[in-house]
Design a protein around this ligand. Sequence first.
Ligand SMILES: Nc1ncnc2c1ncn2[C@@H]1O[C@H](COP(=O)(O)OP(=O)(O)O)[C@@H](O)[C@H]1O
Ligand SMILES: [Mg+2]
Length: 358
Amino acid sequence: MAELKLQHLDKIYDNKVQAVYDFNMDVADGELIVLVGPSGCGKSTTLRMVAGLEDISAGHLLLDGRDITQTPAKDRDMAMVFQNYALYGHMTIYENMAFSLTLRKEDPNVIHKKVLAAAEILGLTSQLNKKPAQLSGGQRQRVAMGRSIVRNPKVFLFDEPLSNLDAKLRGATRREILLLHKRLKATMLYVTHDQTEALTLADRIVCMSMGHVQQIGTPLELYDKPANTFVAGFIGLPPMNFYNGMGFEDGKLKGNGFEVELSDEEKDTLKDYYGKEIILGVRPEDVSADGNLQIRVTNNENLGMNTLVHGYIGDNSHIVAKLRGWEEYHNGDTAAMKFGRKHFFDKDTTNAIRKEEK
Ligand SMILES: Nc1ncnc2c1ncn2[C@@H]1O[C@H](COP(=O)(O)OP(=O)(O)O)[C@@H](O)[C@H]1O
Ligand SMILES: [Mg+2]
């Protein structure tokens, strides 16, 4: 069992920089939580407070109901996997994985069993006598995970474990971490700046900006119902198109030199905004060819199964459309397109405008 409660956590560094504000979350036993956000938003600081590597300035941290806010890192029963692996170059893979248990003076027979079991899970059995330098980056990252697994910690903490790997290896290692999570059924907190990692790995995502939690939810919730323009712009690739200053009148949204038709349901969602301006968001994959929105194409990127069309609508509002299949557009073309699913945001708060759920 490993249930974590992060209650109103603040972090203020000695130089008075506040890195984390009022972080609140209950992590269920066996859950894989991904903290995502741009560089400097406070992800590592939050993880390090959980690990006990940074003091908690205010708030409480509970593990299975026990307050561990002041508990030293070594007594928290958590294991952290870092970006740079931190393996001992002069030791074999076996010795690296056994190291923490050897330090604890565990029975060598028990250590042997645990190392072999972890090596088996990670596909490292045939590598145990090698030195780290003889292994690929992906294998080294697995050794780093193996070192955590042998300790059988209550909570696994990962800080950008894949960012030193090339794209192909990142994908493969990501899937291994997912399998590992399924197999160990362990509680995991995972930090990344990569929204793809967050979407593909997480049971729930915590999206952060400038020390503040912006939204906590399943990957689908963050993608489909982003709480505000920050989350809407951060989750999804290419990012959502945003149009500021869209006036809601005559049952339409009127922008700078273009208009957008609304369905009855969309009008109903916006009923409190009649005569006001809002921010419209449309994901590139929700723009489709064949409509009456005139796009002045600037360039075309073929990705194989998709085509990204870049251009302008109205008075130079930028648009990216992600179309299915291989399409050929050229600089200077005019293309008629249409917006599908639309997201609406309050222009003052930047929060999503939604119909009250019944
Ligand atoms: N030891 C430190 N002393 C002072 N400020 C720090 C320290 N570590 C991080 N910060 C600041 O705290 C903020 C959050 O940093 P961090 O948690 O490392 O962000 P992330 O992991 O999301 O990139 C940043 O503004 C960073 O400069
Ligand atoms: Mg970091």
